[in-house]
Design a protein around this ligand. Structure first.
Ligand SMILES: [Zn+2]
Length: 512
């Protein structure tokens, strides 16, 4: 298999992007300032940036990292990559995308399209476009080095700020090569994931509390695709004293997943999505229970091996903390149907990353609002009609061209008893969503908003600032803002009826 499929999703059309790619495959130089190279924040930022850029196959061709040689202070998702930084970063691209993008840690004199300075930038001009990326604590700043208001020292092992800076820098490189119709390139933009504020001036950005050494309550992560990967990537690097995650997904990685699933590598293609995540968490001492199935089958299953305290709660249909990272309407309905005590969700649309707190307040949207379950039955009947009307040879061609098992489906259509395989294959095809645009830095953006909301509402719930339920980060124009989302009058779970004095147990019954 070649690596072209990795580029599949980020080359699709998306709102705000030009139809034709503006630049040829780019060559990027990353220069890490000395005191950043020997800090957790600098190593987290640089490694995350390489992890993101090497997945921009066909937009990025080559990455050169220049940094003083220092001992490695962090763990990479690629596993054991030696104990020296930046040498360890070379193996990251080989692991992630089978070398589709080349990475060197040797200084060359070759021409590059963009130079990203991490931490500090020299005054003298350099080749190509210049970007400075700074991330420390809960804060990140990305823009033209001449707009940096002061020099920042890396002080915190918190991955939130460094990962946000990496996502923003990777987003700028992506915007340069795909080209934008609207929005703007970042010129000097800072953000705080603690306060939700954005400012050009680093001093205006409030830092949040230290996370290292804290205890995250047991959390269910439903859906371990791109946003689930990003959330686990962040949690794995928080330095938690204790954490227990339940990972639920029935899906596998394919080559098109690799542009955005940041804990998965080339050898994970064909493997269950939960496995790569469980592996990365375990490497950081965080326990996880992996369930290879849907959320519906999880509640019905015996869940062998699940921690006793969580198992008892689930037996009683009590879900304390749930992070929804699923992307289908039906699955969102199922997650909302669990009525978690704390329910958060992360999602992406084009270049926008979003997180939501589903508070259950009157008038506020639930996770099922605006997410109707697909009308699979109707679509299935329409497709069956269409197939039955086709001449035999045309039907066979139609099925084969779509990679469907023609023989099994013929058997199903002929009405024999043994047509169940064919029925399942057809249903799978009907519910398969059309491929949407997606990119790794947007998924990581959503994971960062979601992780911050999770931390603010659990470990730091007593002293976190008042924020809106919904946070959006738009990579197209650098906008970060909080808002609320009103309930959907046509919500299939009728979430507002309980606020009208009707029997609220109706919703729970729907799920069971
Ligand atoms: Zn609703």
């Amino acid at each position: 298999m070649n690596t072209d499929g990795i580029a599949n999703r980020h080359l699709l059309a998306a709102d705000g992007l030009r139809d034709l790619q503006q630049a040829n495959e780019q060559s990027i130089r990353i220069v890490v300032a000395a005191r950043w190279a020997s800090s957790c924040a600098g190593q987290l930022l640089a490694s995350c940036l390489v992890n993101l850029l090497c997945r921009q196959v066909r937009l990025v061709r080559h990455i050169e990292i220049i940094a003083p040689d220092t001992p490695i202070l962090i763990k990479l998702p690629s596993g054991d990559s030696g104990n020296r930084f930046p040498a360890c970063l070379g193996s990251l691209a080989a692991w992630a995308v089978n070398g589709a993008v080349s990475v060197t840690t040797l200084r060359t004199t070759s021409t590059v399209n963009c130079t990203v300075f991490i931490g500090e930038a020299p005054q003298e001009p350099c080749q190509g476009h210049r970007l400075l990326a700074v991330g420390d604590g809960w804060r990140a700043w990305v823009g033209d080095p001449s707009h940096a208001s002061q020099s920042v020292l890396p002080a915190s092992p918190n991955p939130l700020g460094p990962f946000l800076a990496a996502a923003l820098a990777a987003g700028e490189i992506f915007k340069h090569s795909r080209g934008i119709r609207r929005g703007r390139l970042l010129s000097g933009d800072g953000y705080s994931l603690w306060s939700g504020a954005s400012s050009r001036n680093w001093m205006d950005l409030h830092d949040g509390p230290a996370i290292s050494g804290t205890i995250l309550p047991p959390t269910h992560i439903v859906g371990t695709g791109a946003v689930g990967n990003a959330l686990a990537y962040i949690i794995a690097n928080l330095g938690l004293a204790e954490g227990y995650l339940v990972l639920i997904d029935d899906d596998h990685y394919d080559d098109t997943s690799l542009n955005r699933c940041l804990l998965a590598g080339w050898l994970d293609i064909g493997q269950h999505k939960v496995h790569a995540i469980g592996r990365a968490l375990k490497a950081r001492g965080i326990e996880a229970f992996s369930f290879l199935g849907t959320i519906k089958s999880y509640t019905a299953d015996v869940r062998l091996g699940l921690h006793a305290d969580v198992a008892h709660e689930v037996d009683d249909l009590v879900f304390s903390v749930v992070a929804s990272c699923v992307d289908k309407g039906a699955a969102r309905q199922d997650v909302q149907g669990l009525h978690p005590q704390l329910l958060l969700g992360g999602s992406t649309l084009n270049l926008q990353a979003k997180s939501n707190l589903y508070s259950g307040r009157s008038g506020a949207a639930c996770l099922a609002c605006f997410n109707p379950a697909g009308k699979d039955g109707e679509k299935m009947r329409a497709l069956e009609d269409q197939l039955r009307r086709m001449p035999d040879h045309e039907r066979r061609e139609f099925l084969t061209a779509r990679g469907l098992d023609a023989e099994a489906i013929e058997e199903y259509l002929s009405g024999t008893q043994c047509g169940r395989l064919g029925e399942a294959a057809l249903r799978d095809y009907v519910v398969r969503p059309p491929a949407d645009f997606s990119a790794g830095f947007v998924s990581l953006g959503s994971g960062l908003l979601l992780a911050s909301a999770l931390l603010r509402n659990t470990i730091f719930s007593a002293d976190s600032p008042a924020r809106g339920d919904m946070t959006t980060l738009n990579f197209l124009n650098g906008g970060l803002g909080d808002s609320g989302l009103g309930a959907d009058d046509n919500c299939q779970l009728s979430c507002q009826s309980k606020h009208d004095g009707k029997d609220s147990t109706a919703n729970r019954r729907w799920f069971i």
